[in-house]
Design a protein. Structure first.
Length: 451
């Protein structure tokens, strides 16, 4: 089993900041240093920092709800946060989010290549295409491009970025003080990439990363997102409302990976798991029920509108959720539909649930949570879990002190990490130079100049 931790660079969740035991230092370095050390000591493979490039305006076309309830904002730049966490640890992998929609391949390749060197191979990049119109409006667009266009740009972006990482061979540096020769120029090549959306000359100004490519993480749940992940991702983050839907997703992803000529064992699927630990099931349920009471329907609706990128105030909040054709995060939308249809909820009631939902049914004693995790592994639904805390740092500390020893006693977690790099810890191979040639879509509308 592989363990990752989902950690906002800002308030945790919709109402996690309201929890009586929640820390309030999300604007301080010490806050992230403490969490990083808790996760490393517990044997987590990875800390994962999501991001967005706007204060949400999805509910009522206003940022008022996001600011009022703390949903989707504030969001600190994840790169400095990741750097601080990496500097405080020696084994924990650190993944930060960067958008292919509003950044450029050279910047991203340089940033994550640098981070991989400075962490001795512990860096990961969570690839997103952006999902809010508010993000587009911060970068000179009226609204997001359609999904097909966003993924077309993302394909070009990943090809350009991986080619930049590969522009230096592993042996290009050869500093010799006696002769004055620093490097082998024959081992460095231009990229000269030209696509419909992007162009970059290269070579990159950073030597090839220790991991070849930093670990690439992706969370797309739409058909386009799944196909993109099957081609490029090393880790796939997902969320499900039931074990059945998780099994279906896992099977589909592994089949897509194999169809791309990749080893399915080299792509890890990590579903979200929101854990609430108690001495027994009754205590855990009481703890969670007290947490749910902190959620106002408006706060939950603000979070839901932010994720689906649809203004829910256009509909009767005391009626059922209508079918939405174009949504932001399709995985979250499918969860919402599955739960709402099963429970016969109104939009307002869905908002209340969504504000404090526990993904993966992980409310219980340490042994019960371990049972559920083991069931998901045995059913072919997961290679591990993306643990989400209701509040920080205490919920991560509870998981570390109670659930981790239970998982280790069952042989589900190793006592020691598999290796020093994040790829080694996750059981992933190190990409050969030029592997982008196998990853790039054969149908990508790209004209490549040079090599």
């Amino acid at each position: 089993m592989h363990l990752a931790a989902f950690l906002n660079a800002g308030p945790q969740g919709t109402v996690g900041w309201r929890h009586p035991h929640a820390g309030d230092g999300f604007l301080s370095a010490a806050h992230y240093v403490k969490i990083a050390r808790v996760l490393e000591d517990a044997g987590f493979d990875l800390a994962f920092i999501p991001d967005s490039l706007a204060v949400p305006r999805s509910l009522g076309n206003s940022f008022d709800p996001a600011v009022r309830w703390g949903t989707g904002t504030p969001r600190l730049d994840p790169i400095p946060v990741a750097t601080i966490m990496a500097a405080a640890t020696t084994r924990l992998g650190i993944a930060a989010t960067a958008s292919t929609g509003y950044l450029e391949p050279y910047n991203v390749a340089r940033t994550f290549g640098t981070l991989d060197h400075l962490t001795d191979g512990r860096a990961g990049w969570n690839v997103v295409t952006s999902f809010q119109d508010a993000e587009a409006q911060n970068y000179g667009q009226e609204k997001l491009p359609d999904r097909a266009t966003r993924y077309e740009r993302a394909e070009e972006f990943l090809e350009a970025t991986t080619r930049l990482w590969d522009s230096w061979s592993d042996d290009a540096l050869a500093p010799d003080k006696a002769t004055g020769v620093f490097g082998r120029p024959e081992e460095v090549e231009a990229v000269d990439f030209r696509g419909r959306h992007l162009a970059v000359q290269g070579p990159l100004g950073v030597p090839r990363p220790p991991q070849g490519y930093p670990v690439i993480i992706q969370a797309g749940a739409s058909p386009a997102g799944r196909d993109f992940a099957a081609r490029w991702a090393d880790v796939i983050f997902c969320s499900h409302e039931s074990l059945d839907s998780a099994v279906d997703f896992y099977r589909d992803i592994k089949q897509r990976v194999a169809a791309r000529g990749r080893d399915p064992q080299h792509v890890k699927v990590l579903p979200a798991a929101t854990t609430v630990v108690g001495a027994d099931a009754a205590e855990a349920r009481a703890t969670h029920e007290a947490f749910v009471e902190l959620v106002t329907p408006e706060a939950g609706l603000s979070r839901m509108a932010y994720h689906v990128n649809v203004d829910l105030t256009r509909y009767d909040l005391d009626g059922p959720l209508p079918s939405l054709e174009e949504v932001g995060v399709e995985g979250h939308y499918r969860e919402i539909v599955e739960f709402a249809e099963r429970e016969k909820l109104t939009i307002r009631e869905i908002g209340r649930w969504y504000g404090a939902r526990t993904e993966g049914d992980m409310v219980g004693s340490a042994s019960q949570i371990a049972d559920t995790m083991e069931t998901w592994l045995d059913a072919g639904a997961a290679d591990g879990f993306m643990v989400q805390a209701t509040h920080v740092p205490e919920a991560f500390e509870d998981f570390a002190s109670a659930v981790v020893p239970e998982l280790r006693s069952r042989g589900l977690l190793p006592e020691q990490p598999a290796g020093p790099t994040l790829r080694e810890r996750l059981g992933l191979h190190r990409p050969e130079r030029g592997e982008w040639r196998n990853r790039a879509a054969s149908t990508a509308p790209v004209v490549v100049v040079g090599s």
